[in-house]
Design a protein around this ligand. Structure first.
Ligand SMILES: Cc1cc2nc3c(=O)[nH]c(=O)nc-3n(C[C@H](O)[C@H](O)[C@H](O)COP(=O)(O)OP(=O)(O)OC[C@H]3O[C@@H](n4cnc5c(N)ncnc54)[C@H](O)[C@@H]3O)c2cc1C
Length: 594
């Protein structure tokens, strides 16, 4: 994609993307596929056989597994080669997160180490800091953690009380305070710790080594899930941190924290791909073995419904993650061409797509919760037994809606940031919205479908986006700058934005797949797309009228209702039969192969 046409973050809401412009997983060439295979082999041989021992917190097991991953190069996937890593692009690092995402607690330890544990130094460290820490983090000699949350500061991360004061000699910052819920805290050698210098209002960031004086570690938390991952509280009592370990400049900490979390959100979207496919495999394999009423339960329509929905949602999430990953890689290249260094170019590229990262985090975590919940249901009583892996998957999934910014925070980021981008003129949101609102009374009863399958689908997707534009214009006129305080409405908008992005990604991938697959193999993707759009339209309609009734004057509600009905209409088709065909393919393959 050339610079002129390159899509900006959030711009999808007012700009169409062509199918050939998006990256789909089918585009991966040999090198990333080989890396993916290495990850899969590592999972199969080292992680999966050890899940019970991991969950029992067998001493040393998690760090040893991480170090073994380091020996294979898996900890240095995105670390530049000059610091001992593989310097792979963003999309490939997402593929690694995708495959290793099927590793239950290991996946959390791995993600924390290679993501929030390593990237602050990689992106914000000075040359000396990078030379000192990155090669060891790439090899696994050092393992990393990220210490932002405190007992009194969770979502409101900048309200932390941990304090840093320069000592009289000017050689060390003295840290006092505590951090909570720190993943890998039980063994990490290098911690990025956020604290305020003196009475600063904004956080700074420090590289803290485990053996610095004045640091102590609490006991492992007893958690609902991801039991094998280490989560501890960390206490700093006059902890001495050399001045050269300040990361970035004084006061850069909050910016670093947010940018790193932003990356963690996309990575979480990738992690849940692997986890969802594994849970789907467990579900279908059980359904293909379990007999009731003298037939396999996979023959029941109710079970087929669940299997089909699992597949559609997982496929949708995967599609959005890789579409966005390539957008990030393209933005990195552009930023480098425009004179930024690699680290800065990467951070800015990820920041550019903050809206997409937030919505993918929400969609992915809720998708996985759906998949594992129905997975348990398909297993019946056995799903409630710790003898089946789906029980672990169910417990392990729940955290995804809480960490890397809760889904409430991320819904807020999605809706509020997009509106603010529009208000700042970064994208022509309100110009487009006003044009649509001017014709509010001209919406037909039904959309004017022209009969060409992909033209009609494109119209449906554009109508989803129009729903948001129509409502955001009215909401902005009603509330002005106070719209941010109307969180319920922002959340209605966030879901419409999210569904629009996912639906568009789905449509674009299926359109591309028509050239890659043929006949029945291609038709199944149309079934999946049709069902997705059907469900999405209903979600958008519900969110739309809920928002509309909360701020549109009664006298205008009829026009809006008519518009919303038109904008959320899909062409009639037999949804039940489409789901059955999707489920039947899964049942025949006995494995997720989409
Ligand atoms: C297993 C686990 C591992 C973790 N790993 C790490 C780690 O490695 N490093 C680290 O620094 N932290 C880590 N965390 C912390 C995690 O990021 C926080 O738990 C999370 O950010 C939420 O903060 P909180 O728990 O204080 O909840 P709170 O912020 O108290 O939120 C409570 C509820 O209020 C809602 N809420 C809060 N603010 C708003 C708002 N403005 N609008 C709407 N709703 C709101 C939340 O969405 C939530 O539903 C981890 C947590 C867990 C459980």
């Amino acid at each position: 994609m050339d610079n002129k046409n390159a899509i900006k973050g959030g711009e999808f809401i007012v700009k169409e993307t062509l199918a050939e412009e998006i990256f789909i997983p089918e585009d991966f060439d040999e090198e990333p596929r080989m890396i993916a295979q290495t990850c899969q082999d590592f999972l199969d041989t080292e992680v999966i056989p050890n899940l019970d021992r991991l969950d029992a917190h067998e001493k040393g097991l998690m760090p040893n597994l991480l170090k073994k991953a380091g020996e294979l190069g898996l900890l240095g996937i995105s670390i530049p080669e000059e610091y001992g890593g593989f310097g792979q692009n963003f999309t490939t690092s997402m593929l690694v997160a995708d495959i290793l995402g099927a590793g239950y607690s290991f996946s959390v330890g791995y993600s924390a180490d290679t993501g929030i544990g390593t990237l602050p130094i990689m992106y914000y460290g000075n040359e000396k800091q990078k030379q000192k820490y990155l090669p060891k983090l790439a090899s696994g000699e050092f393992l990393g953690a990220y210490c932002l949350t405190e007992p009194g500061a969770g979502s409101d991360a900048n309200s932390g009380k941990t304090k840093a004061v320069l000592n009289e000699a000017g050689t060390h910052y003295i840290l006092n305070g505590s951090k909570m819920w720190i993943t890998n805290g039980g063994f990490a050698d290098v911690l990025t710790v956020f604290a305020k210098i003196d009475d600063d209002r904004i956080l700074s960031a420090f590289i803290v080594e485990r053996n610095f004086p004045g640091i102590t570690f609490g006991a492992e938390e007893n958690k609902m899930g991801i039991k094998g991952s280490s989560t501890v509280q960390i206490f700093f009592n006059d902890c001495e941190v050399p001045v050269e370990n300040l990361l970035g400049n004084r006061g850069d900490g909050f910016r670093i924290a947010l940018n790193i979390l932003n990356l963690g959100r996309i990575k979480l979207g990738a992690n849940v791909i692997g986890a969802s496919k594994t849970a789907i495999n467990q579900s279908v394999q059980y359904a293909n073995e379990r007999k009731q009423f003298r037939t396999l339960i996979s023959n029941f329509g109710a079970i087929k419904y669940k299997l089909a929905q699992q597949v559609i949602k997982a496929f949708a999430n995967e599609t959005a993650v890789y579409r966005m990953s390539k957008n990030v890689d393209d933005a990195v290249k552009r930023n480098i061409t425009n004179g930024m260094n690699k680290g800065q170019a990467s951070v800015e590229a990820q920041r550019e797509f903050v809206i997409e990262a937030a919505l993918i985090k929400v969609f992915g975590s809720e998708m996985l919760d759906y998949v594992v919940d129905e997975g348990v249901q398909i297993h019946g009583g056995m799903g409630f037994s710790s003898e089946t892996p789906i029980e672990r998957a169910y417990r392990d999934s729940r955290i995804n809606r809480i960490f890397e910014g809760t889904n409430e925070i991320n819904r807020n980021v999605t809706g509020d940031t997009l509106i603010k981008k529009g208000l700042k003129g970064e994208i022509p949101l309100f110009e487009e919205a006003e044009k649509i609102a001017a014709d509010i009374d001209k919406f037909p009863k039904n959309p004017n479908f022209d009969g060409d399958y992909f033209n009609d689908v494109k119209m449906i997707v554009n109508n989803f986006k129009t729903t948001f534009l129509l409502l955001v214009d009215a909401a902005h006129k009603k509330f002005g700058k106070k719209l941010s305080r109307e969180q319920e409405i922002i959340f209605n908008f966030a879901d419409i934005i999210m569904e629009s992005y996912i639906a568009e990604s789905f449509y674009l991938r299926v359109k591309r797949l028509q050239n890659i697959k043929s006949g029945k193999a291609a038709d199944i993707y149309r079934d999946m797309l049709n069902v997705y759009l059907f469900d999405s339209a209903n979600i958008i309609y519900k969110q739309g009228i809920e928002a509309m009734y909360s701020f549109i004057d009664e006298s205008e509600q009829e026009d809006y209702l008519k518009a919303l009905r038109c904008l959320t209409k899909v062409k009639p088709f037999n949804v039940k039969e489409a789901r059955r065909r999707i489920a039947d393919k899964l049942i025949d393959d006995n494995k997720y192969m989409f």
